[in-house]
Design a protein. Structure first.
Length: 192
């Protein structure tokens, strides 16, 4: 008696769980179609043109946005990426890192070159016209906003995500650098 009365709720529960599972599978289980990433045309710290094609190479790419006058988040991220390269060893040569400025007014290729020379030499700094950097930011669905400071100065509020992209330039995940570099390196090995 009692067990037969439980059948219907149980069947409903199982079907709901399956339906939810299917929805989650469809929504989360596709690295493509995330809409993150896309075309850009920028200039690296050596003054050379770089496009999204640079992502299309064996291995993977980390992409993040920032600016050289950033007081804390950007230098910390660049330092964490540098430690990650050290933890990766020779395999790190298959990891590209693009640091794209959100402050093209101040971040000339020369300034970027000086700034990133303190970090791993495999990190590429990218700038361009305000339209070009805005287009790159939009392709990665990021945001940046100018925040006025005293004395005609300003800082930038910006997306702090680190995007992990695959060898076809498709978004894999937002990469977590807030952990021991060995742990981050271990996860990255799967893509290199
Ligand atoms: Ni920053």
């Amino acid at each position: 008696m009692r067990s037969s009365r439980l059948v219907l709720p149980l069947v409903l529960f199982v079907f709901s769980a399956l339906a939810l599972g299917l929805v989650l599978f469809v929504v989360l289980g596709r690295p493509q179609g995330s809409g993150i990433g896309g075309p850009f045309t920028l200039t690296n710290q050596a003054g050379q043109k770089v496009t999204e094609r640079v992502l299309e190479s064996p291995g993977a790419t980390l992409v993040f946005f920032g600016f050289t006058h950033c007081p804390d988040v950007c230098p910390t991220t660049l330092y964490e990426v540098t430690q990650l390269y050290q933890a990766l060893g020779p395999k790190g040569d298959r990891l590209r890192t693009l640091f794209i400025t959100v402050d093209p007014e101040r971040d000339t290729p020369e300034l970027l070159r000086d700034y990133i020379s303190s970090f791993d030499p495999r990190i590429v700094g990218l700038t361009g016209s305000p339209e070009q950097t805005a287009a790159a930011l939009k392709a990665y669905r990021g945001y940046a906003r100018k925040v006025p400071l005293e004395g005609n100065n300003y800082t930038m509020d910006h997306t702090a995500l680190v995007y992990l992209m695959d060898s076809k330039g498709r978004f894999i995940e937002s990469f977590n650098l807030k952990r021991p570099p060995e742990q981050a390196a271990k996860e990255l090995q799967n893509y290199l």
